[in-house]
Design a protein around this ligand. Structure first.
Ligand SMILES: [Fe+2]
Ligand SMILES: [Fe+2]
Length: 402
């Protein structure tokens, strides 16, 4: 078990490596406030550390020029010894934070037929009512704040969309590799930068007044957000999970066809000025991606290697379902908690002022603060600490620097 002292030491080392005012893309810091006293703060910090280990596998460059030499900065950011120190903790963090959900999904998948599962999933998604979060936000008087929160929390993955799954494409594994590559190049806009999915996502973030640089919003990520991010990355950053990855794609591409359609309609109706191309594009292209995953990836892999593969595919899909459902339920519970607080005059919607954010605090940690202290909760707005203490356990807030 990785303890508070280990995480504090990692945090110190990452802060040193980042320097005082790192560009967002190279900001490796994690928040370690409260890790000794509050178990939820320790869990949050562990998830941040794991996210940093995963991010270290990507080429990330700052958007603007730096004051020093970019070559020196790049070498410092990707210093192999520093990366190895963090990597040494990765397996322990994964074992603690992610492995139990993987084991539960595998137990749930035992003996199931992947083809019947995939067919049932298509029917289920097609007949589903509107996405519960979108349906709730329609009725709220703080629609903009809720949608800003949704965009901010989802940005953990979507501002580098498909970089995780790209790790499951490199290598050499026959015809399914080429089908996965075709899906991947769609995600990257077929090489047209303006059509790359992460670039489309950037546009909608800007329209809601949010910073759009990769990793810029990390101080405001909920623990639930980090859990989802790390679950997906755990799958793709470990080649041993290859068949689970296919299950992830099966579930994610299928679910996305439907949820993005709901988001697209919502944006057109309530925020017609916002750039909704990200959602419109997915509602269309993920129909094709689902069919490709089923016919060109899952089917030939099971035909070639046997029923074991099908069980892993179902396990990966069920793991993804659990991760998406948990993140969705958390988002909805947080939205309701915010609206209740606003109705009682203890919450005000506002876009985050990233320069004015102080130390992080979990809902349980907020009980130790003065009740009337105002905290920034993600993209939602400001809430008093007394009320935030009753927010969902996986919510996260920042104190304000005055
Ligand atoms: Fe996409
Ligand atoms: Fe897709």
């Amino acid at each position: 078990m990785i303890g508070a002292a280990d995480i504090t030491a990692v945090g110190r080392r990452l802060a040193e490596r980042s320097g005082a005012a790192p560009p967002s893309a190279w900001d490796l810091r994690i928040e370690t406030e409260g890790v000794c006293e509050v178990p939820a703060a320790l869990r949050h910090a562990k998830h941040l550390a794991l996210m940093r280990a995963y991010q270290a596998r990507y080429v990330l460059l700052p958007t603007g020029a730096l004051s020093g030499s970019i070559v020196d900065c790049l070498r410092r950011h990707y210093d192999p010894q520093e990366m190895a120190a963090l990597e040494a903790l990765r397996h322990g963090l994964e074992a603690e934070l992610i492995a139990p959900a993987v084991a539960a999904a595998r137990a749930n998948a035992r003996g199931r037929d992947w083809r019947a599962y995939a067919e049932a999933l298509q029917t289920e998604v097609a007949s589903q009512p509107e996405n519960a979060f979108v349906a709730y936000v329609r009725t709220s008087s703080h629609r903009e704040a809720h949608y800003r929160q949704f965009l901010l929390q989802s940005s953990a993955d979507l501002l580098a969309e498909a970089s995780a799954s790209a790790l499951g494409v490199v290598g050499e594994f026959g015809a399914p590799q080429s089908a996965l590559f075709r899906i991947l190049i769609d995600e990257f806009g077929y090489g047209v930068h303006g059509k790359k999915h992460s670039v489309l996502y950037r546009a909608v973030m800007r329209d809601f007044g949010l910073p759009d640089e990769y990793n810029a919003c990390w101080p405001l990520f909920d623990t639930a957000t980090l859990d989802l991010h790390n679950t997906v990355h755990h799958l793709f950053q470990n080649p041993a999970n290859f068949f689970l990855q296919v299950g992830f794609l099966l579930f994610a591409e299928t679910a996305y066809q439907r949820s993005t359609q709901d988001h697209f309609r919502y944006l057109r109706e309530f925020h017609p000025q916002a750039d909704a191309r990200y959602f419109g594009e997915h509602a269309h292209i993920d129909l094709h991606h689902t069919a490709m995953v089923i016919e060109e990836v899952a089917a030939p892999l099971v035909a070639n290697y046997g029923a074991d593969v099908g069980v892993e595919i179902v396990a990966g899909a069920e793991l993804t379902r659990r991760a998406f459902d948990d993140a969705g339920a958390h988002m909805l519970a947080t939205a309701r908690a915010f609206d209740n607080a606003a109705a009682g005059g203890q919450a005000t919607p506002s876009a985050p002022d990233m320069a004015g954010l102080g130390r992080g605090v979990t809902a349980t940690g907020a009980a130790a603060l003065a009740e009337t202290e105002r905290l920034q909760v993600g993209g939602l707005g400001q809430v008093t600490a007394g009320v935030f203490a009753g927010f969902p356990a996986d919510a996260y807030a920042r104190r304000l620097v005055s």
